[in-house]
Ligand binder design. Structure first.
Ligand code: NAG
Ligand code: NAG
Ligand code: NAG
Ligand code: NAG
Ligand code: NAG
Ligand code: NAG
Ligand code: NAG
Length: 344
């Protein structure tokens, strides 16, 4: 009987390792190797070979069910003609507890395409449960909020290839490798309208955002969820500067409109406002990939802009939770602190 011992405590100071794992390949419905032993700080690097697989976190109890809040690479299709420079996904090991995963393509999991980090002596049982798996009950395990960084090549609509690195953050949309889309956003317009239209969108890595400036004098300036009406550079603690179109004056009788285009690089939310006078406080904000199911929705962002910079009375608005996104080292941490009577 083997015992699983967390050695990590003894190994402080030892160089972190990179452990390579191949995913799929011609006629191969397997992770190779099928499990690895890793220390905290090690990186498991998945090489997606030919065909179309995922690496998706599950649980020991439900091997073929995506764990709530667990990581997911999304589908990574690789053409048969590709034989080198395969797309990669990196998983940073942050726990000595077992991490269970599977491929969620078709019935690959039921054919035994499962993977584990630090399974101890339980891998065979896990794989057996996968191949017998018919149920799709949701797991009751406490999720380990791991993230995975995927580097893949995306072919855009004009046949250019863009190498995109994206991070899947818990709760965010799963990225997919599809031809990229340009999203047009109309900024302002006649009659003094203070809007981004549409006001909130979802976009994939590799997509572009084109802000088209209509009448009056607006900007599209990147901010953060915590401080909707301040440039990202002023509030970021990671050195992120954020984009800024600058003021775009458009005459009332204009018939052509200036544009400003920015590429979407990952699935993390992007928060934007207009820096003209009181426009932000009036709710002239925009988001990409806001997580509508959580506290950092577009609606919450817009409400916060109005509370912090508008005429909305802050003391009467019951806003007990302060959520802030710390966007550092490619990871999105959401810290929710309950603060009464104090709003950043
Ligand atoms: C990859 O598989 C997914 C799920 O079956 C499918 O939706 C997607 O279209 C596939 N991609 C390619 C390029 O075949
Ligand atoms: C994983 O670890 C590497 C090396 O420490 C680091 O460069 C990378 O940013 C980390 N990625 C994530 C998603 O934590
Ligand atoms: C967010 O966008 C959707 C789709 O465009 C729209 O229906 C919704 O009203 C928007 N939310 C707000 C608060 O404007
Ligand atoms: C646009 O607005 C900015 C900021 O209020 C101002 O400095 C600039 O002069 C305006 N441009 C025009 C052409 O009115
Ligand atoms: C919003 O309010 C903050 C704090 O008073 C201020 O620093 C910021 O410049 C304001 N933003 C706009 C766009 O007026
Ligand atoms: C708009 O109006 C201004 C001043 O009234 C004029 O100089 C300009 O030529 C007009 N532009 C167009 C596109 O009609
Ligand atoms: C995406 O990356 C490009 C190139 O590094 C950068 O100019 C752009 O600002 C990034 N987009 C966003 C939304 O941060």
């Amino acid at each position: 009987m083997k015992h699983f011992v967390p050695f990590s405590a003894l190994l402080i100071g030892v160089q972190a390792a990179v452990i390579d794992v191949n995913v799929g390949g011609p006629g191969v419905l397997k992770f190779n190797p099928e499990f690895v032993t890793a220390n905290v700080g090690d990186t498991v690097r998945f090489h997606f070979q030919q065909k179309n697989h995922t690496v998706t976190q599950s649980s020991f109890e439900s091997p073929c069910v995506h764990l709530d809040q667990g990581f997911d690479s999304g589908f990574v299709p690789v053409a048969d003609s590709v034989t080198d420079n395969f797309p990669l996904a990196e998983l940073n090991v942050t726990t000595t507890s077992p991490i269970w995963a599977f491929c969620r393509q078709a019935n690959h999991c039921q054919q035994g395409m499962v993977f584990a980090v630090n399974p101890g002596d339980k891998f065979a049982a896990f794989q057996a449960a996968a191949t017998g798996a018919t149920t799709t009950t949701t797991s009751s395990s406490t999720p380990t909020q791991s993230v995975i960084t995927v580097t893949t090549t995306i072919t855009t609509s004009n046949n250019q290839t863009v190498t995109s690195t994206y991070v899947t953050s818990p709760g965010s949309a799963t990225p997919t490798s599809v031809p990229s889309t340009d999203h047009k956003i109309i900024v302002g317009g006649t009659g003094g309208i203070q809007t981004f239209s549409p006001s909130n969108i979802t976009a994939q890595p590799g997509d572009t955002l084109t802000f088209e400036f209509h009448q009056k004098n607006h900007t599209a300036t990147q901010s953060s969820f915590a401080a909707p009406c301040k440039p990202l550079a002023q509030t970021s603690n990671t050195g992120a500067v954020g984009f800024d179109s600058g003021f775009m004056f458009v005459a009332d009788n204009a018939t052509t409109f200036p544009t400003y285009t920015i590429q979407v690089n990952d699935t993390a939310p992007i928060w934007v406002y207009c820096a003209q006078q009181n426009h932000c406080g009036n709710g002239m904000v925009f988001s990409v990939n806001a997580i509508e199911s959580g506290p950092n929705s577009f609606e919450a962002f817009q409400a916060k802009a109005k509370t912090l910079n508008g005429t909305k009375d802050a003391s009467s608005s019951a806003t007990p939770a302060l959520s802030r996104n710390l966007h550092g080292a490619g990871i999105v941490f959401t810290v929710v602190a309950v603060l009464f009577g104090f709003l950043l």
